[in-house]
Design a protein around this ligand. Sequence first.
Ligand code: SPV
Ligand code: MG
Length: 299
Amino acid sequence: MNTAQTTLQTGPAALRELFARPGAVRIVGAHNPLGARLAERAGFDGVWSSGLEISASQGLPDTDILTMTELHAVAESLASAVGIPVVADCDAGYGNANNVMHMIRRYEAAGIAAVSIEDKRFPKVNSFMSARQELASVAEFCGKLAAAKSVQRDPDLMVIARIEALIAGWGMDEALRRGEAYVEAGADAVLIHAKGSSPEPILEFLHAWRLPTPVVVVPTTYHTVTADELAEAGAKMVIYANQGLRAGINAVTETFETILRDGRSTGVEDRIAPLSTVFDLQGMTQLLADEARFMKQSA
Ligand code: SPV
Ligand code: MG
């Protein structure tokens, strides 16, 4: 792995190319460049710049508390750290259609391959919280999508319209109706979100979806279904949105508790990454190679 060079396939065209291949594109959530590099090293097709992960990493709720500027800075740092596309979770677009246009210009300039905006009212609340899942009107959200599509420069930049009708309890017909309206307004893909433990509603949506526009899914709570099964049902991209964050919370908690209990770190040493891995992930190995190549001492 070459962590210091970022000249690989990262932008909108690279993601379009992945979408053109058979099977599902699989991406995974991250909240910093180290996490993005772990995603790349594991072999994921891309990185999800997750609003939930970024908010949690700041010790804040996922309710539009962080500003666009802060979330954009993280997304940009992910994109510059890896050679795979970054799909940015842009919540409800940070406001109205004016905010969405500003957002598109900034995310496009940051080298982001796709943005996702959800049809919730601003400020949004994370979909897994039962409180106030308020949907925007179809007209308002279609306006945001059209605004987004009107300002992008690179035609390959994908605008993903995220449907929250199932999350808000408005039902399958409403979810399908909204998805069709969002495609009409210019969406390049729709994301159907759900929060039950069964994949059934998502499979039902995929079955009923008649348009050629690709469908994106997020199997967080309905995790028993495989990416292949979702692809078979018609899903084109699968987002593992927050498993990295949750793995880290448990691993760090166990490590910290063991060190305090034992009075030394010996008991965790075979479970924690060696410093050589840290150096590699942060680009130290590449830096030393670059120094040998470019920083010649005169005799
Ligand atoms: C996120 O990762 O912030 C998402 C996906 O929006 S979820 O939290 O599963 O709603
Ligand atoms: Mg989010």
